[in-house]
Ligand binder design. Structure first.
Ligand code: LLP
Length: 433
């Protein structure tokens, strides 16, 4: 009935998440409020992990892409589920390490890592650094030589695959700020160069073709292209690439019109391609890494808002305003993203209205959805926006000096606070007069 399977309606006609009444959660913690279902996060982790065991003899590792939703509690959960982690900044790395996440299971990404971040990664001996371009390679080799280390690296490669998704989240094509291209020979050249360096060891290659993708084909194509490249490196340079990291990007259901692929299908499809290609080119089977972010976190989360002003402009539209907006969910203003909306205190009522959900920021484009269908809304009702567990909290801002909401985690039907609501004092804590 809802886009996420952890949601239901109780006898009070209230929306529940992981068995908890959302109206009671809003009363207890206030709104806006992010609510995450830990049981579903763990289930999603296991689906990916098991798919590697089933289709690839366990010769791989799932890395959770921490940018989707990063907090101490999340890092701990991911560790308990035996996943590795993709981090993309010093801040994400710091959070993971503070949560006790094992450094050797961390892959450090980023198209423009700073020298400080590279030094931090070396100091903590993160498992792999995913090198993006020539100048980063030089810098890393230099920094590692200072400490006498040999850094295990992967290269971010643009495989030249069009992933058919929003242009802002397409990353595999040649015109992208990420990585080095195959077509131009740059990818081969950087590996040749690195192979001669003393303080880096080329362990693998990585590609990430985009996000919110609903099609297996581009993943299969990427796996195929990357395997050909691995074979070329073996043939021309005589050494074996041990790891093939195929990135993340698996689509999820935001609205009833989205039809995502079952999570285990990705591994089933790419492992077939990789095995066939390895045999064809007589290269060893690489360890496969996959990096889901959205598909682990997004379906597990919802955001709760209290409805304030309801404005009907005759023959134009009806605006329903909430106590949050682009500051806690910038995805509409960035991508015109679509969501499933429910009145959490009238969850079983039919959706009889078409309304536009307005945020509270001083910005006309600050909407959460335009012309969406909803139960009849009044001031004081509780609005739930579904599947907001990824790229909402992690992309929140302080525009208009609005404090960030709290995050509550549900486990076995019990709620606990995992991120405190920001206070006005938090907002000025770094200000000097
Ligand atoms: N690996 C790499 C190298 C990535 O750049 C990303 C996402 C992922 C893995 C995880 O992709 P996922 O499984 O979550 O699709 N802010 C956008 C999404 C940006 C994704 C950036 N990179 C959004 O809200 O839709």
């Amino acid at each position: 009935m809802f886009v996420s399977k952890n949601l239901n309606i109780n006898t009070k006609n209230h929306l529940t998440i992981g068995g908890c009444d959302t109206v009671a959660l809003a009363e207890k913690y206030g709104t806006p409020l992010y609510v995450m279902d830990e049981d579903l996060i763990r289930e999603n982790c296991r689906l990916y992990r098991d798919s590697i065991d089933r289709f690839y003899n366990g010769n791989g590792l799932v890395l959770y892409a921490n940018k989707a939703f990063c907090s101490l509690a999340m890092c701990r959960i991911i560790n308990e589920e035996s996943l590795g982690m993709d981090v993309v900044s010093g801040g994400e790395l710091y959070t993971a390490l503070k949560a006790g996440f094992p450094a050797e299971k961390i892959y450090f990404h980023g198209n423009n890592k700073t020298p400080d971040e590279l030094e931090m990664a070396l100091k903590h001996r993160v498992g792999r650094i995913v090198v993006d371009h020539f100048s980063e390679l030089e810098l890393l080799n230099q920094l590692a030589s200072k400490t006498g280390q040999v850094a295990d690296i992967l290269f971010r490669i643009k495989p030249g695959i069009d992933a058919h998704t929003h242009s802002y989240v397409m990353t595999g094509q040649i015109d992208s700020k990420f990585g080095v291209a195959l077509e131009t020979g740059e990818a081969f050249e950087i590996i040749r160069k690195a192979h001669e360096m003393e303080h880096v060891r080329v362990v693998g290659v990585h590609c990430h073709i985009g996000s919110q993708i609903f099609d297996l084909k581009p993943f299969e194509q990427a796996a195929n292209v990357m395997m050909q490249f691995i074979a070329e490196v073996k043939e021309k340079l005589g050494f074996t690439i041990e790891e093939l990291n195929l990135g993340g990007g698996y689509g999820i259901q935001y609205t009833p019109g989205d039809h995502p692929i079952a999570y285990d299908k990705y591994m089933e499809a790419v492992s077939r391609v990789v095995k066939e290609s390895a045999e064809k080119h007589s290269v060893a089977l690489p360890k496969i890494l996959m990096e889901p972010g959205r598909s682990i976190a997004a379906p597990a989360g919802i955001t709760l808002y209290t409805i304030g002003a309801v404005k009907e402009i005759p023959n134009v539209r009806k605006y329903v305003s909430v106590d949050g907006g682009m500051c806690d969910n910038p995805r509409y203003i960035l991508y015109e993203s679509e969501y499933d909306f429910q009145l959490a205190n009238k969850a079983g009522d039919p959706k009889t209205e078409v309304v536009t959900i307005a945020g509270r920021c001083c910005e006309s484009g600050d909407l959460l959805g335009k012309d969406i269908s909803l139960q009849k809304a009044q001031s004081g009702d509780l609005l739930a926006v579904l599947a907001t567990g990824a790229y909402n909290y992690s992309m929140a801002s302080h525009y208009n000096r609005i404090p960030n909401p709290a995050v509550v985690m549900i486990k076995n039907g019990t709620d606990r606070l995992v991120v405190r609501r920001e206070s006005y004092d938090d907002l000025i804590k770094n200000d000097l007069i």
